[in-house]
Ligand binder design. Structure first.
Ligand SMILES: [Zn+2]
Length: 361
């Protein structure tokens, strides 16, 4: 049994506000988890994310470099990356879809991104790796297919994920670490239902909806998330993997999702696109060259407190690495602020007004 405790505090429509506690660390939900794939955010020290409760790190990458044993010898992932708040590790299942791979009977044959050599990731290896890393929340190793894959392939993804979920359950051996199941099934309702029900049978600490944000329309995503969520136990956290754009977040908070992760706000920042409340500015725009104002006046982030748009635009043109750092902090803090606002509005039964501020329709 894990020591994860999730309390649903309030519902407003389908939207949920809750508190997740694990290893004496508290996470207010809904929550957004920035992606520290290799133990660090790209170009940005995570210590600057004072509003973030959970970071996501990646099993596939840490398994290859520096290796879970090395991290374990160095005191575990929290100590290794100097982050004492919650860490969730994803299992490597998504890399099975995003990288060139071959599915074999007991796992996925990968090509090492660093040296081209072949290696096999199995559900056992993924879980043992996560046990050793010592993240607070581990994910089962799942099998992901294209969102529009034919039904028989979606079915194969569900059956394989289910079989691997059982192995994950049997292998998992770390009572300081929660384990989440992952529901597959693309956009096909009967397949999502089948996957949700069989995953729930294995009684995980939380449930993720996988295989989304892979090219489906907004409406398709909303519909399938709403449908699938109706099968999930209300007292367990719900997580949609790989989604982090403003509209997408608001849409799925509205459908009762509690946890999100995505590289999107950080990647957007590196391209100079900056979140300003419910809209964006592009710092590359000429007019900002002589702008002495911060990116967004009401933003409490380190960047907005200290730098003008004129300076940040200059940096992005001439000192990219520093620009990426300042711009990434801003977008991640704006995302966290939006989720705080969402949570507050749910607690005050005012979610509809929150939604109207972010979605004009
Ligand atoms: Zn800011």
């Amino acid at each position: 049994m894990s020591n994860l405790n999730f309390k649903l505090l309030k519902k407003d429509g389908n939207a949920r506000a809750g508190v997740l506690v694990i290893n004496n660390k508290e996470v207010l939900t809904p929550t957004f988890m920035p992606v520290a794939t290799k133990g660090a955010l790209k170009s940005t020290p995570h210590e600057l994310l004072d509003k973030t409760s959970v970071l996501l790190a990646n099993t596939y990458h840490l398994y290859l470099r520096p290796g879970a044993e090395t991290i374990n010898e160095l005191g575990g992932l929290h100590k290794f990356m100097n982050w004492d708040r919650v860490i969730l590790t994803d299992s490597g299942g998504f890399q099975g879809w995003s990288l060139p791979t071959k599915k074999v009977s007991d796992g996925i044959q990968f090509k090492n991104v660093y040296d081209g050599s072949k290696f096999l990731m199995t559900p056992e290896i993924s879980i043992k790796t996560q046990n050793l890393l010592g993240s607070d929340i581990a994910m089962i190793f799942d099998y992901v297919v294209d969102i529009d894959a034919e039904d028989h392939l979606q079915n194969e993804a569900i059956d394989t994920t289910q079989e691997w979920a059982k192995i994950a359950r049997e292998t998992h051996n770390n009572n300081q670490q929660a384990l989440f199941g992952i529901i597959q099934g693309g956009l096909v309702k009967k397949l999502r239902e089948k996957s949700a029900l069989s995953m729930i049978n294995l009684d995980f600490d939380g449930y993720a909806l996988g295989g989304l944000a892979l090219g489906e329309s907004r409406q398709e995503r909303k519909d399938i998330v709403k449908f699938t969520s109706s099968f999930l136990p209300i007292d367990k956290p719900r997580y949609v993997m790989g989604l982090g754009d403003t509209l997408g977040l608001v849409d799925l908070i509205a459908e009762g999702i509690d946890m999100f992760d995505c590289v999107w706000p950080a990647r957007l920042a590196r391209h100079g696109k900056l979140i300003t409340g419910n809209t964006y500015i592009n710092i590359k725009n000429k007019k900002f060259s002589s702008d002495s104002e911060p990116i967004y006046k009401s933003c409490p982030c380190f960047t907005c407190k200290n730098y003008s748009k004129g300076f940040l635009k200059h940096l992005l043109n001439n000192e990219k690495t520093s620009a990426w750092l300042y711009l990434t902090i801003h977008n991640l803090i704006q995302t966290e602020i939006m989720l705080d606002e969402a949570r507050q509005s749910i607690l005050e039964s005012d979610f509809e007004n929150f939604k109207k501020r972010y979605i004009n329709e």
